[in-house]
Write a protein that binds this ligand. Sequence first.
Ligand SMILES: NC(=O)C1=CN([C@@H]2O[C@H](COP(=O)(O)OP(=O)(O)OC[C@H]3O[C@@H](n4cnc5c(N)ncnc54)[C@H](O)[C@@H]3O)[C@@H](O)[C@H]2O)C=CC1
Ligand SMILES: N[C@@H](CC=O)C(=O)O
Length: 452
Amino acid sequence: MKPIQVGLLGIGTVGSGVFKVLRRNQEEIRRRAGRGIEITMVAVRDVARAAEIVGEGVAVVSDARQVIANPAIDIVVELIGGYGIAKTLVLEAIAAGKHVVTANKALLAVHGSEIFAAAQRQGVMVAFEAAVAGGIPIIKALREGLTANRIEWIAGIINGTTNFILSEMRDKGLDFAVVLKEAQRLGYAEADPTFDIEGVDAAHKVTLMSAIAFGVPVQFDKAYIEGITQLAATDIQYAEQLGYRIKLLGITKRTDKGVELRVHPSLVPAARLIANVEGAMNAVMVQGDAVGTTLYYGKGAGSEPTASAVIADLVDIARLHTADPEHRVPHLAFQPHTLDAAMDSLPVLPMREVVTAYYLRLRVADQVGVLAKVTGLLAEAGISIDAVLQREADQVGGQEPTSAQSPAVPQTDLIILTHETREGLMDAALAQMQQLPTVLAPIVRIRKEELA
Ligand SMILES: NC(=O)C1=CN([C@@H]2O[C@H](COP(=O)(O)OP(=O)(O)OC[C@H]3O[C@@H](n4cnc5c(N)ncnc54)[C@H](O)[C@@H]3O)[C@@H](O)[C@H]2O)C=CC1
Ligand SMILES: N[C@@H](CC=O)C(=O)O
């Protein structure tokens, strides 16, 4: 059988990895796919540089539309990134009857419904294993391996840049800005690192997993997103003293009222495997009713790890493209006509309806009765306390007094762990606590997940 012909749009970090791995492992890949898979055309901004990577025998062009228009190309691989030109090109490739592989989580999280619907109409596949957790085959696991299960929840470390930053801040006591620069130097961070550190990249990924897990459309606009830029080294150290690590988690959970879809820093018990995922590594926990808890671990970014996922998609398409479209694995795991109806019974919940536990840190005046006032307000709100810790304000260092603080007032940090409560109740209690004259700085609130 003649080889499948692939056109690459973009040959940067991921594209060059795809090219190298496909060439290095071509014989094994051919035996798996049942036919060869060859990159025959590449579109890129810097044609001369790309020509050096691909060598002779591969056409390198600067206009991506030449790839899409080439009738010999069976699969278009979009590795440009972003929502702009990438969206136009993906839709044009679909309209031209090409199968598409993409690593672009931003594009699919925001415009997935439109893109999957267009692909459905054209009878082509849009494969995106590399879009979530890089080299970890989590899309395949959720869509196929766990297909017997009613998925209960997913919690993942799905952004390598932020996990690297949190690990380095904890281990080496380094500042946020220093570690971010290093993450950029190592190629983990997105072109605009704001997406990484503000939690947007993780929200793109958890949005895709949520849709596949619960059979609902992709709904990035309803995700709650909080990054790590406000996180103080003080809290990382207090969490450690209490037996927890702070991780940026992407969480999606099925509840009686709907689906939680959120990204924020979370305290996780230090004994959990996921709490020990360090550096730029990713890990995803999935809880299914039949299988129980499963954990998937590996490299979530980088040239060859991400290429591994892109090529797995190419092999899938090589195997499946001759099947009737209705006999292929649905893009979002569930049959497309069922997605909108499921949204009615499983709406994405507003953050005030989310139920979770909390870590609170209050910088307070070290006076008689302060603790009683604070715990009294929590009790009035019906919020149960799990543990209280008091530490001298300068004991872990790292926090300057705010302008509201008088250096003459002895200060202390109250650290409170609560049991689970509704976020709306916690918001109201925090607003009241913040009004107390003995509370000297903005209260720190970090959510806490037991993940058991
Ligand atoms: N770098 C990583 O580790 C991972 C990246 N991804 C995703 O993979 C995609 C690609 O990422 P990278 O390879 O890191 O990006 P990159 O910035 O290294 O490469 C982008 C490539 O697109 C080309 N390009 C830009 N505009 C173009 C246009 N109009 N026509 C043709 N080519 C054009 C550039 O010349 C470059 O070759 C993004 O969606 C990213 O989010 C996903 C997982 C991991
Ligand atoms: N910037 C991302 C790269 C992969 O998606 C990350 O840090 O995980």
